[in-house]
Design a protein around this ligand. Structure first.
Ligand code: ZN
Length: 138
């Protein structure tokens, strides 16, 4: 019979030496996303005010609208990721990193390795995805 070796931590919060690389990674990702967000704003044809008065090219308009929608969707995605990264960084500061937002239990480290910004443990994430409830502040 094969026994899975699982290193169970008796600590409720992650030690600093574990958190440091996580924090570095999150800060790095945050910077990267902020650069990306700026680029998306610059790319958006709608942010070019000179085109607002141009009604002549209707074919080009259609292309611009789809381009705008695509950029808008990307911007939302980038913003969403920035929010989760900021939240994760705040949690590190408060010593609450890796704790499920719903039940307060420690999130599986394998799950955090895949997604360091995971806010819910596996069980709660499953429950939430069923309900598809999106709660956002701000
Ligand atoms: Zn949970």
């Amino acid at each position: 019979m094969k026994i899975k070796s699982s290193r169970v931590s008796s600590l409720f919060a992650f030690p600093a030496k574990v958190l440091r690389p996580v924090k570095n990674y999150l800060v790095f990702q945050q910077r990267r996303l902020e650069v990306r967000k700026k680029r998306l704003v610059a790319e958006d044809p709608f942010s070019d005010s000179s085109r607002l008065n141009d009604n002549a090219a209707s074919d080009a308009d259609a292309a611009e609208i789809s381009g705008h929608d695509r950029i808008e969707a990307l911007k939302i995605e980038v913003e969403r990721r920035l929010i989760t990264i900021r939240k994760a960084l705040t949690k590190i500061k408060l010593g609450r990193y890796g704790l499920c937002e719903n039940c307060g239990k420690m999130i599986d480290t394998d799950r955090l390795r895949i997604d360091p910004t995971a806010e819910l443990c596996m069980n709660c994430a499953k429950k939430r995805s069923k309900r598809k409830q999106i709660t956002e502040s701000g």
